[in-house]
Design a protein around this ligand. Structure first.
Ligand code: C5P
Length: 316
């Protein structure tokens, strides 16, 4: 039986700045993205019939076209019909570990793994760059989910410049499991509140991108200086998400007070993370937050910075 098992990493945003709007209705962004070792497990397996079957261990998640992994598989069938004709269809199994609707790009990670898995299963020989171009058709975060590590992402988020991945840093992730934030809502609310601050000419947008690229956050990462980097953690979307979800704002205060290098919301939230330089410190912070917040819906994860997005699962 032909089968590939892949691990697909979650991401956190160490920096997210909204620069302006784009003609396609999306936002011009400059972000610093970092993979962490909280991974979904994706298995792709050849089946005799010429169809795509998606299964998921979380029964409340759709497995039809609403699931980005299904969209990724359909895109591969459409672009490379010779793959299915030669090798047959595929059964794709998602084992979810990354929380959903969390700002951790779990859906993008599954889509990225589906593209990579079918590329292997159907022996298409696509390069990472070619997979990234396909990924950009599915969502702004999919190209990063393919490469992983640490990168500056600009444009919609799909244009990437790799940075050195900081080794030996940990992130305590915290999310109320019963709470998710709609990404379109977060961006639309930001536009309504701050649209008057948007840069709209191409030269000024380029200049701002360049400033961030040449700025303190990227310099600290290049110098492998986690504590310095943590001083420049920033996410514009906190300005709309935290006031709308006071429970998350309060959790952020508790996380920050528990220690670590710095605390921030990832993406459009509501996941928060605190960075630390050791697993022991991450565990102390998680224990302290857990002791203060008795809500059983609070999920806490201790993760380590990871240098890859999609990789073969060594356990299979
Ligand atoms: O690209 P993706 O499907 O992940 O984006 C989800 C939503 O987030 C978009 O529909 C849009 O509302 C918002 N978004 C945006 N600008 C971006 C990325 C996302 O406005 N650069």
């Amino acid at each position: 039986m032909r089968l590939y098992s892949l691990l697909a990493a979650a991401k956190i945003n160490l920096y997210l700045e909204i620069i302006g709007s784009r003609p396609d209705g999306f936002h011009e962004l400059v972000m610093v993205m970092q993979s962490v070792d909280l991974c979904d497990r994706i298995t792709v397996r050849s089946i005799g019939s010429e169809e795509i079957r998606l299964r998921c261990d979380q029964p409340d998640l759709p497995t039809d076209e609403r699931n980005l992994a299904q969209q990724a598989a359909q895109l591969m069938v459409q672009k490379y019909p010779e793959g299915m004709a030669r090798w047959g269809g595929a059964e794709i199994t998602l084992e979810k570990r990354i929380p959903v609707g969390a700002g951790l790009a779990g859906g993008s990670a599954d889509a990225a793994a589906t593209l990579s898995g079918l590329n292997l299963l159907w022996e298409l020989g696509l390069t990472q760059g070619e997979l990234q171009v396909l990924g950009a058709e599915l969502g702004s975060d999919v190209p990063f989910a393919i490469v992983g590590g640490c990168a500056i992402a600009t444009g919609r988020g799909e244009r990437l410049d790799s940075l050195v991945s900081l080794d030996g840093l940990y992130a305590v992730l915290a999310k109320y499991q019963n709470l998710s934030v709609s990404t379109p809502w977060a961006y639309q609310t930001y536009r309504e509140a701050f649209g008057n601050t948007y840069l709209n000419d191409a030269a000024r947008i380029e200049a701002r991108r360049h400033q961030v690229h040449a700025g303190e956050m990227v310099a600290a990462i290049s110098h492998h200086d986690g504590p310095a980097m943590a001083q420049f953690l920033h996410n514009d979307l906190e300005k709309v998400v935290l006031p709308a979800y006071p429970q998350v704002a309060e959790l952020k205060q508790r996380m920050a007070a528990a220690g670590g290098l710095g605390t921030l919301m990832s993406g459009s939230g509501p996941t928060l993370f605190t960075l630390t330089t050791s697993q022991a410190e991450a565990e102390t912070i998680a224990t302290q937050v857990r002791s203060q917040i008795t809500d059983p819906n609070l999920g806490l994860w201790i993760t380590r910075f990871a240098s890859t997005g999609i990789r073969l699962n060594p356990e299979r």
